[in-house]
Design a protein around this ligand. Structure first.
Ligand code: CP
Length: 310
């Protein structure tokens, strides 16, 4: 198979295992390219991409822009805080105005669940979801699995625990879909108030004891506590959270085995991870960031092949 089964990348829920394999195979090639002295390929010289960011981002926005530029696409960037959205313009009007400038692909981050799906039904461009509220963050899940595959050889059969604020995390949901598609065993661990009640229906088990969860796993993907999405208190204090669910070096060293530590960033140092864990040699957090560029090159490249054929 040399084509994705979807026209847009709205979520991992909409793709299949063959799509993931194709994205990884393509990303393997692009990872080699971006480590050459000349890091650029002319593949998307005729494609124009708009990055619409209605919510803050460091890694995803820079990574998409770099990926698009490495593919030689023309790139325009839009940030809601400096745009006419502040004057009351709707999402559809904003997107249609951008499309009038002959944009082929829109990469969008938005605070509302389903915003990318909605846009895909109303504008004639391909949409890539760069994170929609608490729903999905598909390229993050792809780069996370790609990083596990790189370090452990494959994702199939591996035991992955997702730790922390699962309730508010688009990274968690996309990771669960991606890991299950690839045959991993998945557990979640966090305060009861931050674990959604439906989670077991996704084929995931729950462990409330962090030490037991870490003893079980090969990889811990640790989530940020998303204070900005919390309108009520989900746990008594940050200090208590870090004591019960934070990972420190002493806990890591007590496991009797070396697990991989992952985090999508940004890290609340001292809350979900202590600095010595975030910076430990078993932490692959910066490998995840590096792999993000190759994964996003692969996704954009494969979607653009469809544009050319349409
Ligand atoms: N991982 C992630 O989405 O980070 P940003 O919010 O900085 O893009």
């Amino acid at each position: 198979m040399s084509q994705l089964s979807v026209r847009h990348l709205l979520g991992i829920k909409h793709i299949n295992k063959a799509d993931i394999d194709l994205i990884f195979k393509t990303a393997d090639h692009f990872k080699e390219v971006i480590n050459r002295s000349i890091k650029k390929v002319p593949s998307l010289r005729d494609i124009t991409i708009a990055n619409l960011f209605f919510e803050n981002s460091t890694r995803t926005r820079l990574s998409f822009e770099l990926a698009e530029k490495r593919l030689s696409a023309d790139v325009v960037n839009f940030s809601a805080s400096q745009s006419s959205v502040k004057k009351g313009e709707t999402l559809i009007d904003t997107a249609n105005n951008i499309l009038s400038m002959k944009v082929d692909i829109i990469v969008m981050r938005h605070p509302d669940v389903g915003a990318c799906d909605f846009l895909s039904q109303h504008v004639n461009a391909q949409i890539v979801n760069a994170g929609d509220g608490t729903h999905e963050h598909p390229t993050q899940a792809l780069l996370d699995s790609f990083s596990i595959r790189e370090k452990l050889g494959s994702v199939e059969g591996k035991k992955i625990v997702i730790v922390g604020d699962v309730l508010h995390s688009r990274v968690a949901l996309s990771n669960i879909y991606a890991l299950k598609l690839q045959g991993a065993e998945v557990k979640v661990c966090g305060p009861k108030t931050l674990i959604p009640k439906y989670i077991e229906s996704l084929g995931v088990s729950v462990e409330y004891n962090i030490k037991k969860a870490l003893e079980w796993c090969d990889v811990a993907n640790v989530l940020r506590v998303q204070n900005e999405r919390m309108e009520i208190n989900y746990f008594p204090s940050t200090r208590e959270y870090s004591q019960l669910f934070g990972i420190n070096k002493q806990l890591l060293d007590s496991l009797g085995k070396k697990i991989l530590i992952m985090h999508p960033g940004p890290i609340n140092r001292g809350v979900e991870l202590t600095s010595d864990v975030a910076d430990a040699d078993q932490s692959i957090i910066l490998n995840q960031v590096e792999n993000g560029v190759a994964i996003r090159m692969a996704v954009i490249y494969l979607l653009a092949q469809q544009t050319e054929q349409n």
